[in-house]
Write a protein that binds this ligand. Structure first.
Ligand code: 4AD
Ligand code: MG
Length: 434
């Protein structure tokens, strides 16, 4: 249709005064009879296309009348820098081709929709400016994670998704695996990460993890992404240092590079500017006393529930570590605390503003006999853990690591109340489509 160069909308300001072609979707339309406007979205940015009746061939002007929301179009015209227009640039239209019409029953209309309806139409919902802002911030966090570990000398190791039943206590998804019985979708990459740490020193995994938890809370997905560093020779103290340095880096990176997206989400950035190491630390026993003083019925020995976590973080404007939980509240692989063997050397990092646990971490039990005893106590199948026990038989070592839940972290940074909105296609107990 035109020999002008095809450019993405975000690149328009660099083409001021030139004639270009853009391909995009229509988001808004407005016409006054002699002049008409279409706001266009191509995922990189938005811009306004201006149609002036007496400067256009009649058929181009008439074609404007066929545009509807979400019609895909190719438009040629001259780029004008226009600070008052959405996106900062506009196009004075010379040509218009309709690529894909969009019937007027497009499901998402400019009115309030219920969240179930929006989730049923997630494939369309993603086209909204708010969803784009969330996706961009998630991407920034993912890239920042890789950059942080790369710059700090960690090796990325990809651990298996199909496993033979090892991991955390929560439910497993099973699938048939040839003649070997059931395979289970990984709940964590940690145990493999420990083997890799003995081989490579400082490693991290970044992958999907699966939990068949019948939890319908705003913090649970059945499929979520977890980042799990594992570091040879780090004790629990060094592990917490790494966590606060890492989390502070992620937040500052989003603040530096994604201010427009935070503004789109109306995020109060003053709450994020404050997120710098060190983070406050409470040992578990003090945490229990604190929540009891605020009316919680939790008793020493319990894991902390979402309500208790909210009571704890209410006193702080940074993430808070709760460390050294009772053994029975935590996983078998955590190292017994030599100063108080009722507890283990572990920590949960609780996000501020009530977003709850975003990290679970620990020093790992490196004593062969103690680990065997814990596996037996938990009634776990010893044969599945033989290779894991080998790590204690052959050159055992002090080591620690943690798992950061990507969706909970991104939800907190974005200020989004339910984590289902921070993953493109959420998987939950009652949702497998789209
Ligand atoms: O505390 P968790 O269960 O720890 C582990 O899996 C360890 N193996 C990690 C390690 O030490 N390498 O899970 C870690 C984090 C939680 O703090 C939370 O952020 C997230 O994973 N998470 C979930 N996120 C969304 N939906 C769920 N169902 C989640 N379960 C855990
Ligand atoms: Mg946990």
């Amino acid at each position: 249709m035109s020999s002008a160069p095809f450019v993405r909308i975000a690149e328009l300001p660099a083409h001021a005064g030139q004639t270009v072609v853009i391909r995009a979707w229509v988001t808004h339309l407005r016409s006054s009879g002699k002049i008409a406007f279409a706001v266009l979205r191509d995922g990189t940015a938005i811009c306004q296309a201006v149609f002036v009746k007496n400067q256009l061939p009649a058929e181009v002007w008439e074609r404007f009348a066929h545009l509807t929301t979400e019609t895909s179009v190719e438009i040629s015209g001259e780029v004008r820098v226009e600070p008052r227009s959405p996106g900062g640039a506009e196009i004075g239209v010379a040509g218009l081709t309709i690529i894909g019409p969009s019937p007027i029953d497009y499901p998402i209309q400019p009115k309030e929709h219920g969240v179930d309806f929006l989730l049923d139409n997630r494939h369309f919902w993603l086209r909204s400016p708010r969803q784009r802002a969330i996706a961009v911030i998630r991407h920034e966090v993912e890239q920042a994670i890789h950059d942080y570990f790369y710059e700090n000398g960690f090796l990325r190791v990809d651990t298996p998704i199909l496993t033979a039943a090892i991991g955390e206590r929560s439910g497993l998804f099973a699938t048939e695996y040839f003649d070997l019985g059931n395979a289970y979708l990984a709940q964590t990459g940690q145990l493999y990460g420990e083997a890799a740490a003995a081989a490579f020193g400082k490693i991290y995994t970044f992958g999907p993890t699966f939990r068949a938890e019948k939890s319908k809370t705003r913090r649970h997905l059945t499929e979520f992404w977890m980042i799990e560093p594992e570091v040879a020779w780090n004790d629990s103290e060094a592990n917490m240092k790494l966590q606060e340095d890492f989390v502070a880096y992620l937040v500052q990176r989003v603040l530096e590079r994604r201010k427009p997206e935070l503004a789109e989400l109306e995020r109060d950035v003053s709450k994020l500017e404050n997120i710098k190491a060190p983070f406050p630390r409470l040992n578990y026993t003090d945490a229990i006393a604190l929540v009891q003083s605020k009316g919680s019925s939790a008793v020493w020995g319990d894991d902390l529930g979402a309500e208790d976590e909210a009571l704890i973080v209410a006193d702080y404007d940074k993430p808070v570590f709760v460390f050294n939980y009772p053994k029975e509240a935590k996983a078998f692989y955590m190292k017994e605390n030599p100063d108080d063997p009722r507890t283990v050397l572990c920590d949960d990092l609780l996000a501020p503003e009530g977003f709850g646990e975003m990290i679970g971490g620990s020093q790992r039990e490196d004593d062969y006999d103690k680990l065997v005893a814990r596996i037996k106590e938990e009634g776990l199948p010893m044969d599945a853990y033989e290779w894991y026990l080998d790590l204690r038989r052959y050159g055992t070592f002090t080591h620690s690591g943690f798992g950061l839940g990507l969706e909970r972290t991104v939800a907190w940074i974005c200020g989004i109340q339910h984590i289902r909105e921070v993953i493109a296609f959420p998987r939950m107990m009652h949702r497998l489509r789209p």
